[in-house]
Ligand binder design. Structure first.
Ligand SMILES: *Cc1c(COP(=O)(O)O)cnc(C)c1O
Length: 396
């Protein structure tokens, strides 16, 4: 059996999105900046795509949507822009959560080297930011709060509307990395008091290398890439129209089917958590209610996540151990450390991220295979032997 359960890393492109991309490549190859009719037809498609995305986010205007090369670029542009605005006013304090994606964390670390003060909020055992801690962290010099909508490793969903309200009341700009949330759970930028929001198409069955930044009209954005006047002069470079139309199609499709998909995928998730929790000395990471429909993240004591992944791959199960960006490094995931897991437990993590393409049969297959692989690895593990003998104590 082949089971793709790594949808938080990326998703398979949908038929509708692929068709839209092929059609765009064949029919709208003109440059949207050209004045001739081919160019103008492409410009019209570009305008429509922007409108469709703005509508699904409930943005006040399609002029608030800027196309980028993906989630990472949108995060960088949002944070660097607001930091620059803050610097001009002498406001050089930024608040983020401790388990942001590296596109956010590395950007704020870069700003720290340039003299900004950074506060990283604790996310506690449940993987959720505490609102009173956010309130206490805010200073007169705070120019930006950036907190992700939903975490990419453990799937926990943050109280975005309340965070936005707190920021609005204090006159602080609020950015959210909604890359894991967009197309999966409802987003309303106006109702949720969001000033800037990043999204990426390949996390909701759209193409890779395309994303968008929502930036409320009142907020001044700076460009990262100098050149032509595309994207209202905030992002130079000829627009990737096939990818933009593929993203618009995938976003429409995911939003149209959201209720049905979310109900189906969360029932698969719940069954998977229930089945894998039977494994002794295992723990589910993060809140099980405020959680993305498709996310399962667990730790198994006494084993190495990487070995688990390789053995599961041999059985046709594609999963992940923490963020794809951190594999290749020996450090355990900063997300699992942020929720307070000890190093040795964090090393034994497994993330299975499901989509509407997964079936109940696949879930049962995972529930049958994972315990066998965990048992095999424990039998050959010196750490497990020491745990069983009582030389070291079980933590979970
Ligand atoms: C995938 C991801 C990103 C990066 O998006 P890209 O389009 O791959 O650059 C940023 N933030 C989160 C939470 C993600 O899951």
């Amino acid at each position: 059996m082949f089971v793709y359960a790594d949808n938080a890393a990326t998703t398979k492109i949908s038929k509708r999105a692929l068709t839209a991309m092929i059609s765009a490549s064949e029919n709208y190859y003109g440059n949207p900046s050209s004045l001739h009719s081919s160019g103008q037809q492409a410009a019209e498609q570009l305008f429509n795509a922007r409108e469709r995305i703005a509508k699904k986010l409930n943005a006040a205007s399609s002029r608030e949507i800027y196309f980028t090369s993906g989630g990472s670029e949108a995060d960088n542009q949002a944070i660097l822009s607001i930091a620059e605005n803050g610097r001009k006013k002498g406001k050089m304090h930024i608040i983020a959560s401790a388990f942001e994606h590296h596109a956010v964390l590395h950007t704020v670390k870069k700003l720290e080297k340039q003299g900004f003060e950074i506060t990283l909020l604790d996310v506690h055992k449940d993987g959720i930011v505490d609102l009173s801690e956010l309130k206490n962290a805010i200073k007169d010099e705070t120019c930006l709060v950036t907190i992700m909508f939903a975490n990419n490793e453990i799937g926990t969903i943050q109280p975005i509307k309340e965070i936005g309200r707190i920021c609005r009341e204090r006159g602080i700009v609020f950015h959210t990395d909604a890359v894991q949330a967009a197309g999966h759970i409802p987003i309303d930028v106006q109702d949720m008091n969001i000033d800037l929001l990043s999204l990426s198409a390949h996390k909701f069955h759209g193409p890779k290398g395309i994303g968008a930044l929502y930036c409320r009209n009142a907020i001044h954005l700076h460009n990262l890439i100098e050149g032509g006047a595309q994207e209202r002069s905030k992002r130079a470079g000829t627009e990737n129209l096939p990818a933009i139309l593929g993203m618009a199609e995938a976003f429409d499709e995911s939003c149209e089917n959201m209720n049905k998909t979310s109900e189906y995928v969360s029932s698969l998730r719940n069954r998977l958590i229930e089945g894998l929790s039977e494994i002794p000395h295992s723990v589910v990471n993060g809140d099980t209610v405020q959680r993305l429909p498709g996310n399962v993240n667990m730790c198994f004591e006494g084993i190495e996540g990487e070995s688990l992944l390789l053995l599961l791959d041999m059985k046709g199960i594609q999963a992940s151990s923490g963020s794809a960006c951190t594999s290749g490094s020996l450090d355990p995931s900063h997300v699992l450390l942020a929720i307070g897991l000890p190093h040795e437990v964090a090393h034994g993590s497994l993330r299975l991220s499901l989509s509407e393409e997964n079936t109940p049969e696949e879930v049962e297959y995972i529930i049958k295979e994972v315990p066998q692989v965990v048992e095999y690895l424990r039998n050959i593990s010196p750490v497990w032997e020491a745990l069983e003998k009582g030389d070291i104590k079980h933590v979970i």
